[in-house]
Design a protein around this ligand. Sequence first.
Ligand SMILES: *Cc1c(COP(=O)(O)O)cnc(C)c1O
Length: 447
Amino acid sequence: MTYAPTREDLTERIRLNHDSLSYRNGELFIEKLAVEDIAAEVSTPFYCYSASTIRNAFTLLADKLKPVHASVCFAVKANSNISILKLLADLGCGMDIVSGGELERALAAGVAPSKIVFSGVGKTRREIRRALEVGIHQLNVESPAELDSIREVARDLGCRAPVVFRVNPDVDAHTHAKISTGKKGDKFGINIELIEELYAKAAACTELDVAGLAVHIGSQLLNLSPYRAAYRRLASLVDQLRSRDLPVRSLDLGGGLGINYNFGVGPDVGEYAAIVKETVGGLHCELTVEPGRWLVGPAGLLVTEVLNLKEAGGTVLVIVDAAMNDLMRPALYNAVHPVLPLQDPGHRSAHPYQIVGPVCESSDVFGTYDALPPLQSGVRIAFGCAGAYGASMASTYNSRDLIAEVLVEADRFRVIRRRQTIQDLLELESATPWQKCRSETNATTAL
Ligand SMILES: *Cc1c(COP(=O)(O)O)cnc(C)c1O
């Protein structure tokens, strides 16, 4: 796992492709702030996001999709910080959620329930109830059994549940196996062959308002042709349903747009919009897309400090204070994030470095990097493209506290999540008195 562009190359790519990262006199800036200056105020490791990068990404995507009248719902799981949600919501962005917790986050960020769609393969009745009570825009149904639950909850509440069916189109997204979701046999969506009957049955239920269909074929798609294949299948399914006089007014096209983790050029969203237009643009449906990573990934840094160097079998290991619990992607998907030194003195280390975290797992490795400046204890570096599936996936494994998140806007920054303290963590574990589940006599009778 070697990552080897020269620093000059990486710096040049940042200059060409990134709105708000730059090197000035060898110092890394995010917007108008030196990252080192933020690190002097916020203890490492921490996440650091650029507000303008997120805004620019949203504006670009929304503009490209305007001709096809597609609205954008941000996939909250990519970065669920309330300030990030608010920033996007203020631009008119809706939200795509996958849990009751994400629903509360979106509501806390001030997002109107009419702009929230609820995806996810296993919704509890409690989550369904809450979503219907607040007046959610739609529930994306992932199985016939889930449809039954939604129906029952809606009947209880005396309301009509707005639903769309998530179709599994059996399309290979050509992405990492752990983020592929649209192949037959994946746990996501409903087999495309079963949709017609289910749709007809649901359309006849007074508790359900059947609005249309959804797909989401996977994440980190760099090649756009799987979208064309999936959307074509969706379009022919719409024709099939309409030929039975079943109305289809809404299509949710999912997320998955990939980013270039080397700060190079990523997939062309103009081309993506053209695919949407070509495949489903003429169906007169309300269209929604649900990008997560693409909107926030490039905007984030994970800033960390070198603790120690040591040698192991001829490899120089750099142990940093960030770890797999802070950024899971390398351990989970073999992902490699680019390394940006906060200070770049210009000269290069003669040998590669393997950068590792302190967690007691062999998979706690960020990667092996060539062409970095000489590193030593106390030097700070940042992992780039860490705005998506970074903080939102973090855990407290090894009893490491959840790290701070910082938002930068022009020449100012703000802590948008304070670092968790170990006291916060320990408090959850103060034991309650012993209790019994049912009385012994009852238990005996039951036998
Ligand atoms: C995760 C997810 C997304 C967002 O995926 P990205 O690759 O981050 O764009 C969109 N829709 C659904 C249903 C998801 O589960």
